[in-house]
Design a protein around this ligand. Structure first.
Ligand code: ADP
Ligand code: MG
Length: 727
């Protein structure tokens, strides 16, 4: 075994779990490091508290004097918990989180010092953030971006820093982050969903989106990860032969969590509790060393912040436990990839789940309204929804036999399908009293029962109704969920707006009763959107053919998937819903393409380096051993040697062939890269996708073949079986 590999394995094998002290109940820890309602009540004046609550609930502005008060209280609270610094915490278009820490400490006249934090520092900051991607919106020389406090997501303390969730916008008003469009989409859904709710409940006041995220990830020992330049630089293995024992036995899934991983989880959960992230579930996933953590669902903006924070915390906690967390969607070939399921629903006045049936026929009609409108929205904008989950890393996972294909479809189960089929037969126009009674008793009235024992599941569906929410499963594990959630909220908001216009027209112009009008429009939507509903196996090839017939998009590559982000129909949707302007959309499109290109570019460089500097030289060393051996055999056995050294001679030839191929392929890949680099934007990304990326597969093939032939003692890279089975 090579020295690097040997040392890494030795280090790993001698590790024991880090002891995590757990002497307090989870519920006692919960939210201790969050400036939540409870802390605000303790620290704020009544006027300040009410002003902040108003801002959270109704989006009202907080005036400057009050902001000063809030800042001072927040600082006092944070210092009482040991914080020394503060930061505006934001989510730039890199998809990660960003923070720049400033101390509360200020000196006065160079000799005295005090701790200071005022309203201005709380409300607005100008980070020197000129290096964040902005897709041309913000010329570094003209306008700078600023961060602004988002009171709807509470401030928290991480380590010794008070973190204030903020939006990040240009002085000209354009959003430079993922949070701003998400907040605007939540506003849009509130406006249009509340208006529809008023059909069923005059007192309907506010609709918010709820989101429960299931985060999958791999845990790899950090000494082993350090020995793999590909894992370090690209987050996935660019080569590595699939080993004899993979996940065939499914023995990892829901198995006992290994001791070291368990200790990491305990530590993580404790940190999450302090930060008010309601982590509830943890379990092993299908692949070896793959796990999942899932917090309880929350208001969508908070859930997205909490997921970004969770990913940060996981990285930090993993260091204490000598692990590296892999969020990449497909870190290992032939091993299941990682997703981040987005469980999404709508909640009326924090009381009623609109995707859950109620006790009265009216409530059940309300459920059907939101259920069917969501299906229709996804049908209308399936390609846009697909684009929201497009990335270089998710491209490796989608359609890889363990994840949904890049075709968006909806699974609702046989019983709800039957309900929709029956509703399709509702009479056009006015309904007879008999028909109304029938509908109420036999169709609408039965929904709660149906859902109670709705046990249908279909793990292959990218977008499934799971009893009281939709689960968007095509989202990748490394994604910032603000992006897909912004699209989902926006398309549903737009759909609800259309719905209301159509229902009102039937009431005003045709004299239909409200419930009759609702039935009439829903009936048409069910018919229109049938093509998006699919109950079968989404993994199979037959679905691909069927989907094509149905006219559904099937954009396999990221550049293809992204195109729809800037077409007229998308621009008018986002502008009408006041979620993003054309400039903001184009900027994101540009950044997405650039990110894609860079990711493939880095992978190509890293693989070329590993192939040339590690794989080929190792293969040559082994080949020399074989040559030496053959020479010696010849010396002893003379002409007979050809029979005796048959295997060696063959192996020498085979190795030669792989070495030649690797060298030739690397040269070809580099020339394709050079050609591509003359282009920009979509063309550049498309060339990287079609011309450069295939070489990653071809080069890998030869490297992996060599891995199976070369003496294990010489092989420099930690192997799959070691990465995945060393506990
Ligand atoms: P599973 O899918 O594993 O059977 P559940 O159906 O209980 O488990 O929930 C899966 C995820 O859905 C959890 O993260 C949960 O918080 C989330 N969830 C449950 N109800 C809602 C809701 N109304 N809105 C959004 N997410 C929800
Ligand atoms: Mg799930």
């Amino acid at each position: 075994m090579s020295r690097i590999r040997f040392n890494a394995l030795q280090e790993t094998l001698h590790r024991s779990p880090v002891k995590v002290i757990q002497n307090e109940k989870r519920s006692t820890l919960f939210g201790q490091h969050v400036f939540n309602k409870h802390a605000m009540q303790q620290y704020l004046t009544r006027a300040a508290y009410e002003s902040v609550m108003n801002a959270i609930e109704h989006g009202t502005k907080i005036d400057r004097k009050i902001a000063d008060q809030v800042a001072v209280s927040m600082k006092d609270w944070a210092m009482s918990k040991g914080a020394t610094h503060y930061t505006h915490w934001f989510q730039p278009l890199t998809g990660a989180t960003a923070e720049k820490h400033d101390a509360f400490f200020e000196s006065i006249n160079g000799s005295l010092a005090m701790e200071k934090f005022d309203g201005e520092q709380l409300v607005q900051q100008q980070p020197d953030a000129s290096s964040f991607p902005h897709g041309g919106i913000r010329n570094t020389f003209e306008a700078r971006g600023y961060t602004a406090w988002d009171p709807t997501s509470p401030a928290f303390i991480f380590e010794t820093t008070l973190c204030i969730p903020t939006i990040f916008v240009a002085y000209t008003g354009e959003a430079l982050d993922n949070k701003t469009p998400l907040l605007r989409s939540l506003q849009a859904i509130d406006t249009h969903a509340t208006a529809v709710c008023k059909y069923f409940d005059k007192n309907a006041n506010k609709v918010s989106a709820t989101l429960g995220l299931e985060q999958e990830f791999f845990l790899i020992d950090d000494a082993l990860a350090l020995s793999r330049p590909d894992l370090l630089l690209t987050g996935r293995t660019l080569l590595g032969h699939t080993f004899a024992k993979g996940q065939q036995l499914d023995d990892h899934y829901f198995g006992t969590i290994p001791a070291r991983a368990m200790s990491f989880m305990q530590d993580l959960e404790q940190e999450c509790m302090l930060l008010g992230i309601p982590v509830k579930t943890r379990h092993n996933e299908v692949a070896p060393n793959q796990f999942e953590v899932a917090p309880i669902f929350e208001e969508a903006n908070l859930a997205v912040d909490h997921n970004s924070l969770l990913m940060d915390v996981m990285q930090k906690v993993s260091r204490r436990h000598k692990f590296k967390v892999l969020f990449h969607e497909k870190p290992f070939k032939d091993i299941n990839g990682s997703a981040k399921h987005n469980n999404w629903s709508l909640s009326l006045d924090d009381k009623t789940n609109l995707l859950s049936p109620g006790k009265t026929p009216m409530k059940n009609l309300q459920f059907l309204t939101f259920f069917i409108n969501t299906i229709k929205a996804v049908y209308n904008y399936e390609e846009l929804l697909r684009s929201s989950i497009a990335s270089a890393s998710n491209e490796y996972r989608l359609g890889a036999n363990e994840a949904p294909p890049p075709i968006i479809s909806i699974f609702i189960g046989s019983q709800l399908s039957a309900v929709l089929d029956e509703l399709e037969n509702v009479t056009k126009g006015k309904l007879s009293p008999q028909e109304k009674t029938d509908l109420k008793l036999n169709i609408i009235g039965k929904i709660p029962e149906i859902l109670l024992d709705n046990t249908d599941t279909n793990r292959t569906s990218p977008f499934a109704f799971t009893g009281n929410k939709f689960e968007f499963r095509a989202v990748g594990s490394s994604a910032n969920c603000a992006i897909p959630m912004t699209v989902l909220n926006t398309i549903v908001a737009k759909q609800l707006k259309e719905f209301k216009i159509e229902v009102d027209a039937l009431v005003d112009e045709k004299g239909l009763k409200k419930d009759e009008a609702v039935f009439n429009i829903l009936r048409e939507y069910i018919k229109d959107s049938k093509n998006i509903r699919f109950e079968g196996d989404s993994y199979g090839e037959s679905w691909e053919k069927e989907a094509k017939k149905r006219g559904l998009s099937n954009n396999k590559t990221t550049p293809d998937a992204l195109k729809v982000k800037i077409v007229d129909n998308t621009v008018s949707l986002f502008e009408e819903m006041e979620v993003m302007s054309k400039v903001e959309l184009e900027a994101r499109y540009e950044i997405d393409l650039e990110t894609y290109t860079k990711k493939i570019q880095i992978e190509a460089r890293v693989l070329a380096d590993i192939a040339r500097n590690q794989v080929v030289p190792t293969a040559i060393i082994y080949q020399n051993t074989l040559l030496e051996n053959t020479k010696n055999l010849k010396e002893i056995f003379g002409g007979e040697y050809k029979n005796i050294a048959k295997e060696q001679i063959e192996l020498i030839m085979v190795i030669s062939n792989h070495i030649t191929q690797i060298n030739a392929l690397v040269i070809k890949m580099e020339s394709e890269k050079d050609k591509a680099n003359k282009q920009i934007g979509l063309k550049l990304a498309a060339l990287y996708s079609s011309k450069v990326k295939p070489y990653l597969v071809d080069i890998r093939y030869h490297c992996d073949q060599l891995e199976t032939m070369v003496d294990d003692n010489l092989w420099p890279l930690t192997k799959y079986r070691e990465l995945l089975f060393t506990k």
